[in-house]
Design a protein around this ligand. Structure first.
Ligand code: ATR
Length: 282
């Protein structure tokens, strides 16, 4: 859709940013809802990030998403940061207030939960223990989401134990740190299993985890979406577990930013999924 001189502006900061699906995703919504707006990739080097983010109000931008490697830096640069982003330690969504201030939030936790609500409706956070593999940035957002959603127990399993211990201290809540060697049997009794590691991504070995101890009713999800069906999800499906792929988290985390910048609640549906997926193939 052509834009006018009054177009509402937003974008995504990353370095590199060429792989980001966000311009395609927001562009689809702008088009669908006939909004006079643009969402552009903002390829900004780490050393220029602070200057570039602070320039948003001066450039008339409504705000921006922030992706790798800038999410932690964004937390420090924003004028205000909400409590959830503070706990997670990262900002992925920035809104320019009418006064020209930068307000940072983190919508990854929201995106994770909304995806499970839409794609795995039988799962309830408060119905049983969750197991989260990995302790990086994505894991922090997911564990914060699970704590807030009332998960009675969260076991975090990471190759590097100290990283999981730091995460558990920072986030507080019913979080138990489990060693990597214990992983295969400590998925026992869980009602949710989440992979937040990079293992299973295209070009990497699959996640080294045996599912034998996992109840067959447990929901299994992966935050990886290249490929959409990781080995973990394939194996879980084969033994009868419900599974949810990682693309939905990306789609849902984009909703709060879009509605604040462009003034319309966007929908995540099959048409959007197919459109974004086609961008992955290309
Ligand atoms: P992100 O911030 O996107 O979550 P990250 O901080 O690089 O990414 O975290 C990657 C996760 O994958 C970490 O939990 C990492 O484990 P370590 O903390 O031990 O590094 C995990 N990971 C990466 N390679 C792994 C491997 N070969 N086996 C097990 N876990 C691995």
């Amino acid at each position: 859709m052509p834009i006018t001189g009054n177009a509402k502006l937003a974008g995504v900061f990353g370095w590199p940013v060429g792989h980001s699906l966000s311009p395609r995703l927001h562009g689809f919504w702008l088009d669908r809802y006939g909004i006079d707006g643009a969402y552009v990739p903002l390829a900004v080097k780490p050393e220029d990030f602070e200057t570039a983010l602070k320039a948003l109000p001066k450039l008339g931008f409504r705000g921006a998403n922030v992706t790798v490697p800038h999410k932690e830096a964004a937390l420090a640069v924003c004028d205000e940061v909400d409590a959830l982003a503070e706990r997670i330690g990262a900002v992925n969504t920035v809104v320019v207030t009418p006064e020209g201030r930068l307000r940072g939030s983190n919508t990854d936790a929201f995106g994770f939960l909304e995806n499970l609500i839409q794609e795995g409706p039988a799962w309830r956070a408060d119905a049983g223990p969750a197991v989260v593999i990995g302790a990086g940035g994505a894991s922090r957002a997911i564990i914060a989401a699970l704590v807030d959603a009332g998960a009675p127990a969260i076991r975090v399993i990471n190759r590097t134990l100290e990283r999981a211990e730091t995460l558990a201290q920072d986030l507080e809540g019913p979080i138990e740190v489990v060693t990597w060697t214990q992983r295969n049997h400590r998925i026992g009794g869980a009602n949710l299993l989440v992979n937040t590691t990079t293992q299973g991504m295209a070009g990497k070995p699959p996640l080294d985890l045996e599912l034998d101890a996992l109840p067959r009713e447990a929901l299994v999800t992966d935050i990886i979406y290249t490929p959409l069906q990781t080995k973990l999800l394939e194996e879980a499906k084969k033994r009868g577990n419900p599974t949810v792929d990682g693309l939905g988290m990306l789609l849902h985390q984009a909703r709060p930013g879009f509605s604040q910048w462009f003034g319309r609640e966007p929908e995540v549906d099959a048409e959007l999924r197919a459109f974004v997926l086609a961008g992955l193939a290309g």
